[in-house]
Design a protein around this ligand. Structure first.
Ligand code: PMT
Length: 308
């Protein structure tokens, strides 16, 4: 199923180039004996036309993936950040509420005057820049971009298979909100759908779950964390357990759409741990991802220490 999808749907233009960048990154991390986590982030688009004017999208802004990436880096992991273009990015996300130009001021009245950061933003910017420069100097973060569902799934396969060489030291943290329905390339019109043809009826096919080949074939030794998003709390844990039974991976992070920033459940086959943020925690700028990542780091360490 998954193999058919990948064979029949468009391959990203630069897949080979991206693959060699991923391999180089992983080889570099291996020389430094670092653990590597693949963080997937953001929604996927589903094109309605080959020459795409319209597409189906979803709500995800990539906040979970971008913030988790920063905390994984703080905990000593190297990160492959597989993200939707234009979704939130680590470090830059802290500036997403600002108009970039409002952070700056000119030193004089001339058009070629030097530019500096306004005093009121110095502290925040220098702290972000400090963390960002450290990560750049360490070469511990690799950004890989996708937009469509098909690009995401091809790149997921490439990144996962490349991580195989790290054995148990690799973690996959699958936070992207992946489309479940799509139009196969063979059924997609080439040109823009004309509204003059009247109301549009769409027939979408099911996207095969990639967790199955990912766990069985692409990266069988790694520590795999998937997410389960629901809007109905009554089915959240049972659906998470079903996923664990079906795909045999290590952990599901269960979250509800409306409360995802303050409550998650870490579900394994024999445990369910709540991570909850109080209103006070959130008002002090604390983020739930910091606690999630700390817990995962400890579970991953235990996983790595088991003899196989
Ligand atoms: O990005 P934010 O706005 O911060 O929001 C964060 C989030 C809510 C998107 C994130 O916390 C989250 O829950 N992500 C997963 C959402 C989702 O797609 O859930 P799902 O129940 O549809 O899929 C479950 C798992 O199956 C996912 O880990 C996904 O990687 C995997 N999957 C999905 C589709 C597919 N074809 N193959 C898959 O393997």
């Amino acid at each position: 199923m998954a193999a058919n999808f990948l064979r029949q749907n468009s391959v990203p233009d630069k897949l080979d180039e991206q693959k060699s960048v991923v391999i180089d990154f992983i080889e570099h991390q291996k020389t430094l004996d670092r653990k590597v986590v693949l963080v997937t982030s953001g929604g996927t688009t589903v094109p309605l036309e080959s020459k795409t004017v319209r597409f189906i999208d979803n709500f995800s802004v990539g906040s979970r993936g971008a913030s988790s990436t920063e905390y994984f880096l703080k905990e000593g992991y190297s990160v492959i950040f597989l993200h939707r273009n234009r979704s939130l990015k680590p470090f830059l996300r802290h500036l997403s509420g600002y108009n970039f130009l409002d952070l700056l001021q000119l030193d004089g009245d001339e058009p070629n005057s030097s530019v500096r950061v306004k005093p009121e933003h110095q502290k925040q910017l220098s702290s972000i820049l400090h963390d960002y420069e450290r990560v750049q100097a360490d070469r511990s973060l690799l950004n890989v971009e996708f937009q469509t569902l098909s690009e995401y799934l091809h790149l997921l396969q490439v990144c996962a298979t490349c991580l195989q060489s790290l054995g148990r030291s690799a973690m996959l943290y699958l936070a992207a909100a992946v489309a479940d329905f799509y139009i196969p390339k063979s059924e997609m019109p080439e040109h823009k759908i004309q509204s003059s043809d009247g109301p549009l009826q769409l027939s979408l096919q099911l996207v095969p779950k990639m967790l199955e080949p990912l766990v069985k074939e692409w990266v069988p030794q790694a520590y795999v964390v998937s997410f389960k998003l629901e809007t109905n709390k009554d089915i959240l844990v049972s659906k998470s357990l079903q996923a664990l039974e079906k795909y045999h991976h290590q952990l599901v992070i269960a979250n509800l759409l409306e409360t995802r920033k303050r409550e998650v459940k870490l579900v394994t086959v024999d445990s369910c741990v709540d991570i909850t943020m109080t209103t006070e925690d959130l008002s002090h700028g604390q983020e739930i991802e910091e606690n999630i990542v700390k817990k995962l780091k400890s579970l991953h360490s235990k996983f790595c220490s088991i003899d196989v």
